[in-house]
Design a protein around this ligand. Structure first.
Ligand SMILES: [Zn+2]
Length: 251
């Protein structure tokens, strides 16, 4: 073995450190590059469709519900910062109802596991049906744990009186079918799947199926073969919550 002088030893150590660091930096650069490329690819492959209504001052609400108040109460020039204030019922705009809304159930929406609010979407075109009926073809279309989206196109009346007074309803047979299929959530582009005494609501809730109401932009899903739905509620101790409902499509 060659004996190295103390100076040569120090030199060798410096070279090792230098090479080591260079290698380290090269590795980081490579990892960052490949991650950026992967992220870009992922972004290119995903398309998000917003299925939510805007939350604005005096927005439409279910007959009998309180007015929505959204206003600016702090101003940058006067207060040094900008801040808005919101007063809203849980059933205004795009929102999710949980069983507690209409049956004797004590779980608040903030206690429901997150996986209940995201999952594979199933799109059913039910336009021009005053009473939305079960159809044999749904047997192969609807699967367990899916978020079933019914496209009635009733959202075109959003903001008009008939939106709340003249919406389609779901037949008991269709509700029973969705329950039997054990779907995760029912999403609709109208304010309710039924009217007083809300038998369909109760039926779904008794079977632990959430209901997402007042969806919009569903026509954008017409040509879609496969999509996911993401609709997380606020972490709010209430029986329902406004949500940002989104369809995620692989393109
Ligand atoms: Zn509701």
């Amino acid at each position: 073995m060659v004996q190295l002088s103390p100076i040569t030893k120090r030199l060798k150590k410096s070279v090792e450190l230098l090479i080591g660091e260079r290698y380290y930096y090269l590795t980081i650069a490579y990892n960052n590059d490949s991650r950026q490329i992967k992220n870009r690819e992922r972004e290119r492959m995903k398309k998000f469709i917003d299925l939510s209504q805007d939350i604005i001052n005096h927005m439409p609400v279910y007959p009998g519900d309180g007015d929505v108040k959204l206003y600016q109460d702090k101003y940058l020039d006067k207060d040094g910062y900008t801040s808005f204030y919101l007063e809203i019922g849980m059933h205004a705009g795009t929102h999710i109802d949980t069983p507690m809304h209409l049956i004797d159930q004590k779980t608040f929406i903030n206690e429901i596991p997150l996986h209940k609010f995201a999952g594979k979407g199933c799109f059913l075109d039910v336009r021009n049906e005053k009473v939305i009926e079960y159809k044999q073809e749904y047997e192969n279309l609807v699967c367990k744990d899916e978020i079933v989206i019914l496209y009635t196109n009733h959202s075109r009346y959003y903001g008009k009186e008939e939106y709340y007074t003249d919406h389609p309803v779901i037949s008991a047979e269709l509700a029973d079918f969705l329950i039997e299929k054990k779907i995760k959530m029912l999403g609709i582009d109208m304010p309710s799947p039924d009217r007083y005494p809300f038998k369909i609501h109760k039926k779904m809730f008794e079977n632990n199926i959430l209901i997402m109401e007042n969806l919009t932009n569903l026509s954008e899903l017409l040509e879609t073969v496969s999509f996911d739905v993401i609709a997380f509620p606020l972490k709010i101790k209430a029986e329902a919550s406004m949500v940002r409902a989104v369809a995620s499509i692989d393109v």
